[in-house]
Write a protein that binds this ligand. Structure first.
Ligand code: AMP
Length: 219
């Protein structure tokens, strides 16, 4: 199964991608996660990407397309993949199309998580992450057992720099100006399925799995 998850930041793409990845045993490829790791390790890509990311701007297409092209060459992508946060521009979408066409592995579906600015702001301002193991929490919706401490590795939870309210507003504007047009792009190829991003995690997952099964997508 080859999927793209599309939608604004905070719509639940990452959470659902994790669940799908476990269920279908295919990699969850998040360009945001790959870039954050590069920043953490201070690699040349990380150094270039950091200033865009902290402002909530998009990292230049060339850098991100290269990352995805390399990642899709890894053996674990051969059985399928879930792309989360890529593509985010028309140029990225067109590059993805030609990458997949050249290896005769077209996308099976694009899932669009539809939600409102209000839901996004409340989800992202409350999000807390563990820098050590990468687990995600939310101060109200998914609280850790002990406030401020990761359930899995006991490390201190932090707020992502780009989850501060002003940066979230900028990320939403960037989404509307640069990414939202991809909804029409994929509608044209009749690949698009819309799922409400306002549902709770398990409900959204049930709807998602049903939508994928109804379409008899090969898994
Ligand atoms: P995310 O975790 O998907 O919200 O991504 C965090 C940040 O990484 C974004 O705000 C961008 O700065 C950068 N980023 C992630 N994916 C892309 C992409 N496909 N194109 C450009 N920038 C990206």
């Amino acid at each position: 199964m080859r999927l793209v998850l599309l939608g604004p930041p905070g719509a639940g793409k990452g959470t659902q991608a994790e669940k799908l990845s476990k269920e279908y045993k295919i990699p969850h490829i998040s360009t945001g996660n790959i870039l954050r790791q590069a920043v953490k390790l201070n690699t040349p890509v990380g150094i270039k990407a950091n200033s865009y990311m902290t402002k909530g701007e998009l990292v230049p297409d060339k850098i991100v397309i290269e990352i995805v092209a390399e990642r899709l060459k890894e053996p674990d992508s051969k059985n399928g993949f879930i792309l989360d946060g890529f593509p985010r521009t028309k140029q990225q979408a067109e590059s993805l199309d030609s990458m997949l066409k050249s290896v005769n592995m077209p996308l099976d579906a694009v899932i669009y998580f539809h939600t409102t600015d209000q839901v996004v702001i409340s989800r992202l301002t409350g999000r807390r992450v563990c820098k050590k193991c990468g687990a995600n929490f939310h101060i109200k919706n998914i609280p850790p057992k002990k406030a401020g401490v990761c359930d899995f590795c006991n490390s201190v939870l932090t707020q992502r720099e780009d989850d501060k309210e002003d940066t979230i507003k900028n990320r939403l504007n960037v989404y509307k100006n640069e990414t939202a047009e991809l909804i029409d792009y994929y509608k044209k190829s009749s690949m698009l399925k819309t799922v409400s991003g306002d549902l709770d995690i398990n409900e959204a997952y049930q709807v998602l799995v049903k939508a994928l099964k109804n379409d008899s997508i090969k898994v």
